[in-house]
Design a protein around this ligand. Structure first.
Ligand SMILES: [Zn+2]
Ligand SMILES: [Zn+2]
Length: 787
């Protein structure tokens, strides 16, 4: 580069000014021809570029070398110089081919050449030109509250279509310059003062002004986070591509009446009935969906209408506005379906797709709405293949939706909870997937069927909260896909539940709680409840669930947990944990559910009992025949929500009613016949059996023995631990040396195996693992020896 000399005067560009405007003003100030200044700055067209339309447009972009030259000559910072060109908006509001210094006109409403302008701004600044007027996205001046002008009011030419003539001294703010015959190339124009253009004035708060502000802020920030982008912020270029796609479709597919529902009449009128001369004479091709709209009014109409969709915060509202575009097919556009939503325009992203799918949802089956995730954000990227992902999701899902979730998702009427809960679980597998209903129900252990699933989905779709319900299911699916669950439900479903809750354990639980263990039916109910708790599978699939009289049994089971006491609940949970331990599951919690705060912002059909006064609930249910019904009515909750609350926070036991006490008395009477005074004396005093051992042996509580002893006048010693009728040497010899099994020794001593087991434990006898280790192992020196 030839050394560029500094200019004799200095003049900084105005804020937001474009390079050409500043250079023209500079030439004017220097009273020099424009070409001389350009040559001085080293901005020289190659001969092949000297034709009008091929002239290098420095206002699009400068090379670093050129910018440095200008910086040196003018004393203005090089970065500031670059910011005078459209490159400042590159990648955000325009795509620029730096090689050719051309704006890509097929993307982002790029304008090839020419510029709109605000006459008032020109008047104020003596004709200095703003850079952003060159953007296809500029249609209004927010400061002067008017639509930008598209053309010279006198000759109708498009301003700044060509660079200013190199052979004249520039005259800022006029239409080109009156060409003189001998000068070539020229900037054709009529010399009209552009500041005198009359344009549509807009009242304060006009949607066009708001839309322009929003676009300008977004372009400045580089990120869109307004309206639909609030949840899913996008790069400015993506958001503008989506505005372009929607605006293009609206301008092409909607008639005036349709547009009038979205856009104020003044702007629409300016678009449909332009003042003569307001439109540039040589227009860009009017393919509004693809090219930048030729006029400010048309741009305003398109952008305002598009923002009624994308700028709307509520997805349902946005989708409703977009719906006419997805249901009509015009002008060669492909019919919009869930699989063609990506074809609306280049560079679009997930937000438009989300609104399109939500708009299409109205004509989709409810299962397809879940499959296409029409009421949710697009699927988070997942490396896992679909099958793998769904299998994992299924292993994290119980066969019946967690009650904590089901109460929120259940409409007040329309389905039995027992039918709905498995359907909701299976529906969660449909989210973002292509598996059939049959496959979905099979993955969760076939606790419902395809027909029921389909019916439930149709029922839910008819409810006013279906969209939020679908959102909830989609969020749940995403949550399960993204995070490991502490419970493997797949494994829980495949456990053998036949050894669930031993009869002795149940009897003990009832004794401890001072309740009657029942005649066998209560035990079955308890087993079914523990089964459901552990497996997450509906109660009907419990091994003990009867084959007849389902409804009676189910009602009794529901009643069971409504009135259980904290003590019974905890004891059954303990028994359930013991079962899991027996099956080698030691690390999983007994129960779990995904956090319901995932649903916090959703307006769902059901309400849970969170936040209600538990004490009040207990007062409401006490002593009533239909405790949940009454409480639900009073608290305005569903019966299921109340039942769940009672299941989790049972009402404490009340003092026994006389009839309950009599029932317990009968037990004591039965025991009394077995454990007579003589028998208790013999066992307790002669055989030195502990009260606990006797209680265990007879399957009654220790308190019963204590009461009887008191009644018989037999003094009981407290804490008789260690008083055993056998001594250590004897037991060691028999069990360890002679390897006699404990049950045999128990029989010999006429006690239960459990009692003998405890004695051995108390006397520090090394017990053989069940099934028996080798004789040699049992004789290891460190296992102790007779003392
Ligand atoms: Zn202005
Ligand atoms: Zn003119």
């Amino acid at each position: 580069m030839e050394a560029v000399r500094t200019l004799p005067i200095r003049m900084a560009p105005l804020p937001g000014e474009s390079l050409d405007s500043w250079l023209e003003a500079l030439a004017r100030r220097l009273h020099t021809r424009y070409g001389s200044l350009l040559s001085h700055l080293g901005l020289v067209n190659q001969p092949k570029d000297s034709g009008r339309s091929n002239a290098v447009n420095w206002t699009v972009a400068l090379s670093d070398e050129e910018a440095s030259g200008i910086a040196h000559a003018t004393g203005v910072n090089r970065e500031v110089i670059h910011a005078l060109t459209l490159a400042r908006f590159g990648g955000r509001a325009v795509l620029i081919d730096h090689e050719k210094r051309k704006v890509n006109r097929h993307r982002l409403w790029g304008r090839g050449a020419g510029s709109r302008y605000c006459p008032d701004c020109l008047a104020e600044s003596c004709g200095r030109w703003q850079l952003n007027w060159r953007l296809g996205w500029s249609f209004a001046c927010v400061r002067h509250r008017l639509l930008l002008a598209d053309a010279c009011p006198a000759c109708g030419r498009l301003p700044r279509r060509y660079p200013f003539s190199r052979h004249s001294v520039p005259l800022p703010g006029v239409c080109g310059f009156r060409p003189s015959r001998e000068l070539h190339p020229v900037a054709p124009g009529c010399g009209q003062d552009l500041a005198r253009a009359e344009n549509l004035r807009l009242p304060k708060e006009h949607p066009a002004l708001k839309a322009q502000s929003l676009l300008s802020q977004t372009i400045e920030a580089g990120t869109a986070d307004f309206g639909q982008y609030a949840h899913l912020p996008q790069a400015c270029a993506v958001a503008l591509s989506e505005v372009r796609a929607v605006a293009g479709r609206m301008l092409t597919s909607m008639d005036a009446a349709g547009l009038a529902t979205l856009v104020p009449g003044d702007v629409l009128d300016a678009h449909l009935h332009p003042e003569p001369g307001a439109r540039p004479k040589r227009q860009e091709p009017e393919r509004a969906g693809f090219m930048a709209p030729p006029t400010a009014a048309m741009t305003a109409v398109g952008v305002i209408a598009a923002l009624r969709v994308l700028g709307e915060e509520d997805l349902a509202t946005a989708a409703r506005t977009l719906r006419p575009l997805t249901s009509t097919v015009r002008d060669g556009f492909e019919k919009c379906t869930a699989t063609t939503v990506g074809t609306w325009g280049r560079g679009t992203g997930p937000v438009l797709r989300k609104v399109q799918l939500a708009a299409l949802a109205a004509s989709m089956r409810p299962s397809d709405q879940l499959r296409y995730r029409t009421s949710a954000d697009p699927a988070p990227p997942s490396a896992a293949r679909q099958r793998q992902r769904l299998r994992r999701r299924a292993s994290r899902l119980p066969a019946a939706m967690w009650p904590q979730w089901a109460v929120r998702l259940s409409p007040s009427r329309g389905a039995y909870p027992r039918v709905l809960a498995p359907a909701l679980a299976a529906a969660t597998l449909l989210v973002g997937s292509r598996i059939s209903f049959d496959e979905a129900v099979a993955m969760l252990g076939q606790t419902t069927d395809a027909l029921a699933l389909s019916r439930m989905l149709q029922m839910l779709e008819q409810t006013p909260r279906w969209e939020t319900t679908a959102s909830a299911l989609t969020r749940l699916a995403d949550h399960l896909d993204a995070r490991p669950s502490p419970i493997n439900y797949e494994r829980r479903r495949s456990l053998d539940y036949t050894d669930l809750l031993f009869a002795e354990t149940w009897a003990q639980i009832c004794r401890d709680a001072g309740q009657h263990p029942g005649t066998g039916r209560r035990l079955r109910i308890a087993r079914c409840i523990v089964f459901t708790q552990i497996s997450g599978t509906p109660i009907e699939h419990a091994p003990e669930f009867p084959t007849a009289d389902h409804n009676v049994f189910r009602a009794e089971a529901e009643r069971f947990t409504e009135v259980w006491t904290p003590r019974i609940r905890e004891a059954l949970r303990e028994a359930a944990r013991a079962f899991l331990h027996r099956h080698g599951i030691r690390r999983e919690p007994l129960t779990w559910h995904p956090p319901t705060n995932l649903l916090d912002d959703l307006d769902l059909p059901g309400r849970d009992a969170d936040g209600i006064d538990i004490q009040r609930l207990h007062d409401l249910v006490r002593g009533r025949r239909s405790p949940t019904r009454a409480a639900a009515a009073t608290l305005g909750l569903s019966i299921e929500a109340v039942r769940l609350a009672l299941e989790e926070h049972p009402a404490p036991a009340q003092p026994l009613t006389p009839s309950q006490a009599r029932a317990l008395g009968r037990v004591s009477h039965a025991i009394r016949r077995i454990l007579t005074e003589e028998e208790l004396r013999r066992r307790y005093l002669d055989e030195r059996q502990s009260a606990k051992a006797i209680a265990d042996d007879l399957g009654v509580s220790r308190q019963t023995i204590t009461r009887l002893a008191l009644e018989y006048g037999i003094p009981l010693q407290q804490g008789r631990r260690g008083h055993h009728p056998v001594d250590r040497e004897w037991l060691f010899e028999q069990y360890v040396i002679c390897r006699r099994p404990l049950p045999e020794l128990a029989r010999e001593m006429r006690v239960s195996t459990a009692t003998m087991n405890r004695w051995a434990h108390d006397l520090d006898i090394p017990l053989r693992p069940r099934g028996g280790a080798s004789h040699r192992e049992a004789l290891r020196p460190d296992t102790g020896s007779p003392s």
